[in-house]
Ligand binder design. Structure first.
Ligand code: 4AD
Ligand code: MG
Length: 433
């Protein structure tokens, strides 16, 4: 007899199978029991009749939520059941019974978000959370598949770093060995600029850290970034790569995680249209759009959530905003040769109000200009000597970007807040569990 997952149930209609999982819910109706089992791949309803299977009935009756169980029975098509199939419970082995005196803390009712976050280690068991995490895995798989297919080689960047990449205000300082100081990385970019000069096209995928004091639905202090970088590449190459990457991630989830999107009640018609080309507007045009919409933004301002929402809700797919004022962007951004006050940088803003999911652009490849910028930004030159070496020895125009994984997944899933799309969110006031 086959041990299967709930996800596979449809392929075993009419056959006796074994499922290994947990009791998600139990409804009792006289001589009939209607359990719902979950195993991480989905949920399935069961039926157990006292007359037919008295032993299984006794094992199941009164069984507590989240008790672990191994269930054997026949799979039947059942239109009204979630997933379209049910299992006729013939045998039930309880692996661990949750005690009546210490019941599972998360009931099948609404809980406050702080309570759920305190119990995140258990909250991830609920079908909605499991669906989100499966979509997360698919998004990562598809992103890596796309970059691998474009000839990009994965090169990992360090977590401990000697200096800032994205401004000094959000740096996490750590006490390193003896009295040395180090910082948690804000982005792998500087390091993959080095590996790009060694391998050509590279990417890194790993956790990044920002001491964000902001308590918004888009900010985590620890989040994951997928960052490609290429030698002999410019701003335009990266805008093309970004729209291809985002589209591939979205379409892979639509295709391979349709059940999960359905469980999240995601309107997939909003995802189906996410295909290249993405609309592109310059920062200057964006300011005009904002002012026409009555937003107080003026030239030189950076965009916050409100501005991003106005810009991104105008389109059915992500919009690329390029050529921001150099003054509001990071020290490493290559100036536009036509307009040196503008940086050859771009952001990708997701639709439906999700805002910035990608930031990137072309890097300064000229030694003298980079030194000047380090000084203007009060960055410690000695910590950047290795980075300056890249401009001393065979410097070439190069470009890249960083895709914020959680922002992207929150948009794909349509979740309210990005804390739901990472297994264990780290936020301004939360490092537990
Ligand atoms: O725009 P950012 O700051 O760009 C960089 O770090 C570049 N060095 C990347 C590169 O060019 N290789 O961050 C990139 C993306 C943002 O667009 C956003 O999606 C995400 O990372 N991000 C955050 N996500 C969650 N919480 C935060 N606090 C985030 N800060 C940035
Ligand atoms: Mg940014």
């Amino acid at each position: 007899m086959s041990v299967i997952t709930i996800e596979q149930a449809g392929k075993y209609e009419g056959q006796e199978v074994t499922l290994q999982g947990w009791l998600y819910n139990l409804r009792e109706s006289g001589k009939l029991l209607f359990p719902i089992f979950r195993d991480g791949t989905g949920i399935i309803q069961g039926v157990c009749a006292q007359k037919e299977h008295p032993e299984a009935f006794e094992a199941l009756r009164g069984l507590t939520q989240e008790s672990s169980v191994i269930v054997t029975g026949k799979i039947r098509a059942e239109q009204r059941a979630p997933g379209g199939y049910e299992i006729g419970v013939a045998k039930l082995q309880v692996v661990q019974r949750v005690s009546e005196s210490d019941p599972y803390p998360i009931q099948l009712k609404e809980h406050g978000v702080d309570f759920l976050l305190d119990h995140r280690h258990l909250w991830i068991r609920t079908p909605r959370q499991a669906a989100i995490l499966r979509i997360r895995a698919e998004t990562i798989r598809a992103g890596r598949e796309f970059l691998d297919g474009q000839g990009y080689t994965l090169t990992d960047a360090p977590i401990f770093t000697p200096a800032a990449c994205e401004g000094t205000t959000t740096l996490f300082e750590v006490q390193y060995i003896d009295d040395q100081k180090a910082y948690l990385t804000q982005s792998g970019q500087l390091y993959i600029e080095a590996t790009a000069m060694a391998l050509g096209k590279v990417y890194t995928f790993g956790p990044t850290f920002r001491a964000e004091k902001s308590k918004t639905r888009r900010h985590l202090t620890e989040f994951w970034m997928l960052e490609p970088e290429a030698a002999y590449a410019d701003l335009n190459d990266m805008m093309v790569l970004a729209e291809g990457l985002v589209s591939h991630m979205v379409q892979s989830v639509v295709k391979n995680r349709a059940r999960e999107l359905e469980m999240l009640k995601r309107d997939t018609s909003r995802l189906a249209c996410v295909k290249p080309p993405f609309p592109r507007i310059s920062y200057d045009e964006a300011i005009e759009v904002l002012q026409k919409a009555g937003n107080p933004a003026k030239h030189g301002d950076d965009f916050g959530g409100d501005e991003e929402t106005i810009l991104s809700t105008r389109y059915d797919r992500p919009v690329v905003v390029h050529r921001y004022p150099a003054a509001i962007k990071a020290f490493y951004m290559q100036p536009d040769s036509q307009r040196p006050d503008l940086a050859l940088g771009f952001d990708v803003l997701a639709p439906e109000g999700y805002g910035e999911i990608i930031g990137g652009g072309q890097r300064i490849h000229d030694y003298d200009l980079l030194v000047k910028r380090l000084r203007e930004h009060n960055l410690p030159e000695e910590s950047f000597q290795w980075y300056l070496d890249l401009r001393r020895y065979g410097s070439v125009p190069h470009a890249g970007f960083g895709l914020g994984l959680e922002r992207t997944i929150a948009w794909i899933c349509g979740t309210e807040h990005i804390r739901e799309v990472i297994p264990f969110p780290r936020m301004i006031y939360r490092v537990y569990p």
